[in-house]
Design a protein around this ligand. Structure first.
Ligand code: AMP
Ligand code: MG
Length: 361
């Protein structure tokens, strides 16, 4: 299904908006949602492309605007825990414990769905993914509209997720009714997804809320083997995981090595080879190492020690390589623990799992 070309309205809403503050912009956005239209809005993870989760036409429009395969389910965003029972059933005790600690916030849980949730929202599954965002603009939009909002990331399918309104504009201008600018996203990568329908809760997508943080609250959980990157052949449980996501236009490689110097030397060697072949080459670097690279475009993703800074800059950096028209991107690699798990998961996807082991030569 194609989308209808339309005029997209751009509005700004202060990210500090309170419950009492009047907002003509949020009123207009609410009206659009109630009538089955689409509004892109900021969340603490990435920008979402929102439509009424209970209106099948709205979810069809979301798939069309994104160019997304319709078996890739959407996340339903709520602002009131009381709404959860309307869309989900068999909610285990552990889920309430997690909600107490992590909602509102960057954690999505999967439950068996109530019949009221249309198949188009869940990609035909009998389960539904639910999240309560903490970003004031997202939260107020859901609360004021009274609409439970189905929202995947507001990017064209296959492009890096948007972490600012300008990224949304690049992808969605003319395809949706409204874009709300609420500033840059704090975390910059999508929510942690945890499947609560099985015997043992299972993390399907790593995010800012780490396995360690979850286990502190409910005890041992499992991690879907498909997200570790180690198992490239494991069949992903979350339908969306089978699609290549987050890809920049340039071909990307992640370079690992025993020492920083080994990695830098290896990257510089590969950069030179590509340049000799007439290609434009980029390096995704941590701040301290950036000066050492001899590439056409070196983009600093953040300080190695500051994982939140790295996650919040990740997609922006990939989009910047697109804008600068590089043919190849070499990236440093990151720790596979804590928030680093989510960072490496997104980088591996962006790189199509192309990893190079730097040798000491
Ligand atoms: P996004 O990637 O931000 O568009 O968020 C949607 C992702 O959430 C999908 O690609 C799936 O990986 C996941 N998801 C949503 N609903 C479900 C579900 N019912 N079961 C498993 N995964 C889901
Ligand atoms: Mg997405």
């Amino acid at each position: 299904m194609g989308y209808e070309r339309m005029d997209t309205q751009f509005v700004t809403v202060d990210s500090g908006i309170t419950e009492e503050a009047p907002s003509k912009e949020l009123e207009a956005a609410s009206e659009i949602l109630k009538q089955g239209g689409l509004v892109a809005f900021p969340t603490e993870t990435v920008y979402g492309l929102g439509g009424d989760a209970l209106n099948p036409d709205a979810s069809m429009k979301i798939y069309a605007a994104k160019g997304r395969p319709s078996d890739n389910p959407l996340i339903v965003h709520i602002a009131d825990e009381m709404d959860l029972q309307k869309i989900a059933k068999d909610i285990p005790e552990a889920a309430y414990k997690l909600m107490d600690v992590f909602w509102p916030g960057p954690m999505t849980m999967i439950f068996h769905k109530q019949p009221i949730v249309p198949d188009s929202t869940t990609g035909g599954l009998d389960t539904v993914a639910v999240r309560m965002p903490s970003h004031n603009v997202a939260y107020e939009l859901i609360r004021r509209s009274g609409v439970m909002i189905a929202a995947p990331s507001a990017n064209t399918s296959g492009r890096p997720s948007p972490t600012s309104a300008s990224h949304v504009k690049e992808d969605m201008n003319g395809k949706i009714d409204m874009i709300i600018d609420g500033g840059d996203c704090r975390y910059g990568i999508e929510s942690t997804i945890i499947d609560m329908t099985g015997e043992v809760p299972t993390i399907l997508r790593p995010g800012y809320i780490t396995r360690e943080m979850i286990e502190d609250v409910i005890g041992a959980v499992e991690i879907d083997p498909a997200i570790s990157g180690e198992s490239m052949t494991a069949r992903p449980k979350a339908p969306g995981m089978k699609y290549t996501h987050y890809a920049p236009k340039g071909i990307m490689y992640i370079v690992e090595g025993e020492s920083t110097n080994t990695v830098i030397r290896c990257i510089n060697r590969m950069v030179k080879e590509r340049q000799v072949a007439g290609c434009k080459v980029g390096v995704l670097a941590t701040r301290y190492n950036a000066m050492a690279y001899e590439a056409d475009e070196v983009i600093v993703i953040g300080d190695k020690e500051d994982e939140l800074m790295i996650s919040s800059n990740l997609y922006r950096s990939l989009r910047e390589f697109d804008a600068r028209g590089v043919d190849y991107i070499y990236s440093e690699s990151f720790a596979g623990t804590g928030l680093g798990t989510a960072i490496m998961n997104r980088l591996l996807k962006a790189a199509g799992h192309r990893v190079i082991e730097a040798l000491n030569v």
